[in-house]
Ligand binder design. Structure first.
Ligand code: CMP
Length: 140
């Protein structure tokens, strides 16, 4: 059994529609524990730093502006195979391609406003968690 942690973000399109509770119910019902959480609004500089890995992509500027357009909820999910499990619960990046029953299929508005972000691998999970949280803010 591999207990992992992953970074989860509830994006501005979802906070705007008051979907935080419904989204987090999906994680908790699947056995993922929310061990750290905060609501904040990113500056453009912070969004650009967080998504720096996509800096060369055509969608980077729009994505960063969008992520600053309203409040987000950042959180750490912990559980068995949390990284893969979270990605399964979220569904494909583009809501149009997401399996029925996933968060993005049910709530996503577009590939950009796709309601949630989740770390894609163990090294990025470590980096992304450290971007938002210090160790004393993570309480299993
Ligand atoms: P996320 O999991 O937050 O990681 C990067 C984000 O870029 C992704 O979700 C999408 O919301 C966003 N994005 C915008 N356009 C695209 C695109 N054409 N392909 C992939 N991701 C995109």
């Amino acid at each position: 059994m591999t207990i992992e942690r992953t970074l989860s973000i509830i994006k501005p399109d979802a906070t705007r529609r008051d979907l935080t509770g419904r989204i987090n119910a999906r994680f908790e019902e699947a056995g993922l524990k929310i061990v750290a959480q905060k609501r904040l609004r990113l500056t453009l500089e912070q969004a650009k730093a967080f998504y720096a890995v996509h800096a060369e992509r055509a969608f980077y500027e729009d994505l960063c502006s969008y992520m600053c357009s309203g409040p987000i909820v950042v959180q750490v999910l912990e559980g068995e195979n949390a990284i893969a499990q979270n990605r399964e619960i979220m569904g494909a990046t583009n809501p149009a391609n997401a399996d029925a029953g996933t968060i993005r299929a049910e709530f996503g508005e577009s590939v950009e406003a796709n309601s949630v972000h989740g770390s894609d691998a163990s090294d990025t999970a470590v980096q992304e968690i450290a971007f938002f949280f210090s160790q004393i803010e993570i309480i299993p």
